[in-house]
Write a protein that binds this ligand. Structure first.
Ligand SMILES: [Zn+2]
Length: 153
């Protein structure tokens, strides 16, 4: 199942990326309280950078988790993961590694979310009479006219 492994990979990438982004923010947290510790990096604007880092790290993890748990919404949550992974650039971006992982994971979630329906979630099922694949919603098989069992949701 190529699709399943992509979803799992996207989840791992997003999770690790989000955690890296959050960890990096924690490393720079003391800079808020030290007057001698300059803010490193061109995009690290003190409180704004740390706020952006925490927000994007959390939302990358949420996006990765949701696209994993709801593969049918993989495109939506994949976009969330990519957008906030990119925004983590303004919050140190997990030294770039977390950002790259989050964007890659989100892109994978979008690809798998767009690559077809998940079985049992608005997908297809086999006709119990003639064996042809038909849409879940059909009450009767268009090939043989067999009455399909009602869908239990
Ligand atoms: Zn049939």
């Amino acid at each position: 199942m190529v699709r399943d492994s992509r979803i799992a990979l996207s989840f791992v990438f997003g999770l690790v990326g989000g955690l890296l982004i959050l960890t990096t923010v924690l490393l720079f947290l003391p800079s808020l309280f030290s007057p001698y510790y300059g803010y490193p990096g061109p995009f690290a604007y003190g409180l704004i950078g740390i706020t952006m880092g925490i927000a994007s790290g959390v939302l990358v993890i949420v996006g990765a988790t949701m696209s994993f748990r709801r593969p049918s919404q993989g495109v939506t949550w994949g976009i969330v993961t990519v957008v906030f992974g990119a925004l983590s650039l303004f919050g140190f971006g997990g030294f770039g590694v977390g950002m790259a992982l989050a964007v890659t994971g989100g892109a994978l979630a979008i690809v798998s979310g767009a690559s077809g329906p998940v079985p049992g979630q608005g997908g297809q099922r086999a006709c119990t009479s003639c064996g042809m694949l038909i849409a879940m919603e059909f009450a009767h098989c268009p090939h043989c006219g067999h009455t399909m069992a009602p869908i239990l949701r």
